[in-house]
Design a protein around this ligand. Structure first.
Ligand code: ZN
Length: 354
């Protein structure tokens, strides 16, 4: 019981930090805090409902996967597995969308393009918080009950030092990105700029990215070394989310109002200040991450860890450096990714940085 409580706390701290982070992304007209908190809880509530559906989906496809594997028909096994993964991802994306859409459509606070993304992100954090508690607890109880392995210490390390940060970082960001993409289409539809068909397309796009994230991990378990594709899809998902976020903020009616109030010179100073801040952290953080990765990999090799540990460690840190740059190196006005190391202006919205 103490372990479950601890899993709860360990999953909640990063979830709360993500909630604050997402709340602050909406920089022109923040949403009511109580609404964000309620959407977090609705996302959490959608979790068990979605898992129930996922269990049904697994019941439909799993026997076929096992039979095909036994018969040596790898292609059929992979295809059925893909169907299982795709339906589960679609199920989760639809569940998160359904709870948010039914809560926010009548709310007067839903009045700018970025709001749908913020709402969906808050629900995604709640959803993934519930999922993470289950994964952390499973990681612990899965090992502690296994008599062939060195019991409790390993179970604690695996649950709280490996599973917890990996879930808090990897899958939570994934859920925020996929749901946020759906949220962009939800806003378009709600504010009368996009058709229902586009909205369905948006949910399918989110489910496709979610599937492309999960499927390589399943194949990896079948013995195919394709787990790294997951992390490329992860970065691509962040990329899409941030691009849409920038576009939504640029289109905010409250942005125009704020700019008018600030006056032209103050706006110019603000853009330059933001640009210099992101430029100042770009190189140091990237080099720092790569350096830590190299040191950690060397240390892991020196203390005689299995050979895949140093490689994976170095890979994860390099990946984190790339992810950081894709996140940081963006136009402060429109959110488009910047070209080169010292651009004179944004190629998308043409704001000058000189
Ligand atoms: Zn721009």
């Amino acid at each position: 019981m103490a372990i479950v409580a601890l899993a709860f706390v360990v999953a909640f701290i990063p979830a709360f930090a993500w909630l604050v982070f997402v709340y602050r992304l909406d920089r022109f007209e923040p949403e009511p805090k109580s609404l964000i908190a309620r959407l977090f809880l609705w996302g959490l509530a959608a979790g068990p409902w979605a898992s129930g559906m996922n269990i049904l989906i697994a019941h439909v496809f799993s026997p076929g996967v096992e039979t095909a594997q036994r018969d040596g028909n790898f292609l059929l096994a992979a295809f059925l597995l893909l169907a299982l993964v795709a339906f589960s991802a679609l199920n989760e994306e639809v569940m998160k969308y359904t709870v948010v859409s039914s809560r926010v459509r009548g709310d007067p606070a839903f009045n700018e393009p970025v709001d749908g993304m913020i709402y969906m992100s808050a629900a995604a954090i709640g959803f993934s918080f519930g999922e993470n508690v289950v994964y952390i607890a499973n990681a612990y109880f899965g090992l502690v009950g296994d008599a062939t392995r060195p019991g409790v210490t390993l179970a604690v390390i695996n649950a709280f030092l490996v599973t917890a940060p990996l879930r808090a970082f990897g899958s939570t960001i994934g859920h925020i990105s996929w749901s946020g993409i759906t949220g962009w289409f939800l806003s378009r539809h709600h504010l009368g700029k996009g058709s229902g068909r586009m909205l369905v397309g948006g949910i399918l796009l989110a489910a496709s990215l979610h599937t492309a994230f999960n499927f390589p991990l399943f194949l990896q378990e079948l013995g195919l070394a394709v787990g790294w594709i997951t992390w490329l899809v992860w970065i691509a998902s962040i990329e899409r989310y941030l691009t849409l976020l920038g576009r939504a903020l640029l289109a905010s009616p409250f942005r125009a109002k704020k700019l008018r109030e600030m006056g032209e010179r103050a706006v110019r100073r603000d853009v330059l200040r933001r640009y210099r801040a992101l430029k100042a952290r770009e190189l140091p953080v990237m080099l720092g991450l790569v350096a830590v990765g190299v040191v950690a990999a060397i240390a892991a090799a020196l203390i005689g860890m299995p050979q895949e540990v140093p490689y994976t460690t170095a890979f994860l840190f390099v990946l984190a450096a790339i992810a950081f740059s894709r996140f940081n190196w963006r136009c402060p006005v429109c959110g488009a990714h910047l070209n080169g190391t010292n651009p004179a202006s944004c190629t998308h919205c043409h704001v000058s940085f000189r």
